[in-house]
Design a protein around this ligand. Structure first.
Ligand code: MN
Ligand code: MN
Length: 318
């Protein structure tokens, strides 16, 4: 009998998918001290932290729920036939441990965790957590050279501060990342922006820095192919981070999130936009803002798991 690759997900034919310990996509769990860590190409990482959430909290419970729902993912892509786990070694690296009582300490813990992962040559694919989680990840990834950013979101997350000068919330991560020279503003593109605003401060910042905002009106008017071709042109062939906020999707399809905005893409479109990124130079990605307390059916977490699989296929087919 042929020896099975240790990094293969547990097959639903060997063990029913409702059985066993849930890991991301039924992949093996490889801890940071495991000698097999150096064999990992893509690390799926849980970021159970939502101290940046300003209104309805809950994404700290996201990784556990997505580990459960991602047991539904089979190893072969339904449209392209691509089998990501045949190409590279993927593993569940567990959770980065936050300090729920101290925000700045948590940011440092995240940065240290990702610095260690990156030093092993592992491509990080993170499940949040709220959108503030992206900032310490970028601090590790872009410590030397700023990278581009493709952000699916209904919000810009470019505000300066909240609540009397608080700099670190899920509404500010990309403002900080630009200030800290982690992102090249000319290579940032935000897709799906909509909803009511406090004011135009975030948009003014984007305009001054040359950040491209594609509103949901423009997205639907032009269509996915045209918009995603522009996205590819903006980031080019250089290192780019992909950040997918689940509130990009219409709350009719993804209600399990803290800051929903109506009038967004459906589940089909939510997957298709990712598929258009094949071939880009992605240095990491995350799916954030899935909030199990607002997701009693698990449908949002399942959609998030499906997006995670699309991202994995794109990362490994480049
Ligand atoms: Mn966001
Ligand atoms: Mn958002």
């Amino acid at each position: 009998m042929e020896q099975k690759n240790v990094f293969e997900p547990i097959s639903g034919f060997d063990l029913p998918r409702f059985a066993g310990l849930p890991t991301f996509m039924r992949l093996p769990h490889i801890g940071l001290d495991d000698p097999k860590l150096s064999d990992v190409d893509v690390g799926l990482i849980g970021a159970p932290w939502d101290a940046g959430t300003t209104n309805r909290s809950g994404p700290r419970h996201g990784p556990r729920q997505i580990r459960d729902l991602s047991t539904m993912i089979r190893p072969q892509h339904g449209v392209t036939g691509f089998r990501p786990f045949d190409h590279k070694n993927c593993a569940d690296l567990g959770d980065v441990a936050p300090n729920p009582a101290n925000l700045e300490d948590t940011l440092k813990r995240f940065e240290n965790f990702y610095t260690k992962i990156l030093s092993q040559g592992i491509l990080p694919l993170t499940v949040g957590g709220d959108h503030l989680c992206s900032l310490p990840i970028l601090r590790a990834i872009a410590s030397k050279t700023p990278v581009g950013l493709i952000q699916f979101d209904s919000h810009t997350d470019l505000y300066h501060s909240y609540f009397n000068g608080q700099l670190y919330t899920h509404g500010t991560p990309f403002r900080r990342a630009v200030e800290e020279n982690l992102l090249d503003p000319k290579r940032i593109v935000q897709i799906g922006i909509r909803g009511t605003n406090y004011d135009s401060e975030d948009r003014d910042f984007a305009k001054n820095e040359g950040i491209r905002i594609i509103t949901i009106e423009e997205f639907f008017q032009r269509g996915i192919n045209d918009v995603m071709n522009e996205v590819r042109t903006i980031v080019g062939d250089y290192e780019t981070y992909l950040s997918y906020d689940i509130d990009f999707i219409d709350p009719a399809y993804a209600p399990g999130t803290g800051t929903p905005e109506v009038g967004g893409p459906n589940s089909f479109q939510a997957l298709e936009v990712v598929r258009k990124l094949t071939g880009l130079k992605l240095v990491g990605a995350d799916v954030v803002e899935i909030s199990p307390p607002f997701d009693p059916s698990g449908g949002t977490a399942f959609l998030g798991s499906s997006i995670l699989f699309e991202i994995l296929c794109v990362m490994l087919s480049s």
